[in-house]
Design a protein around this ligand. Structure first.
Ligand SMILES: [Zn+2]
Length: 62
């Protein structure tokens, strides 16, 4: 599986799938950022949950 490649979204070149950054243009794949974004969304949902429940209560009053 060492010959696995992926297409660079910046320069569309086939680069090594295990490479952290594209050797052609230096674009870094946002792998770790994605998990950070998921964690951030979970935090936002937890923070907004009381507001959402209040909104549901208001909708039921209508
Ligand atoms: Zn590239």
């Amino acid at each position: 599986m060492s010959d696995a490649t992926r297409e660079c979204p910046m320069c569309a070149m086939e680069v090594d799938a295990s490479a952290d950054a594209c050797p052609v243009c230096g674009y870094e794949a946002p792998r770790q950022k994605t998990s950070m974004q998921v964690a951030a969304w979970v935090m936002v949902l937890l923070l907004l949950w009381p507001a959402l429940e209040g909104l549901m209560y208001l909708i039921e009053l209508l």
